[in-house]
Design a protein. Sequence first.
Length: 89
Amino acid sequence: MTPQLSTELLQALARQPDRPLQVEDPLTHAQYVLVRLDAYEQLQQGADYDTSDPDPRAFYPAFADAVQDDLDAPGMEGYDADGISQGRC
């Protein structure tokens, strides 16, 4: 069963229809916020957004494309000749 809003809460919501309503429990003095269900669902979708770190390997192809001109620049062949590109640093 869903509780129904009192007349007092309905009037308070009507005074600020586009904003959440802050209410207080008179016994515990705990603060609550009443929001429309559609607004809550939008907030929940944002909270469920996956913010985990992406796999860095997914960026390798884009990185290779971005630096290709630099790797082909004149003078870069010297790096191949002295063994740096073969891992002999």
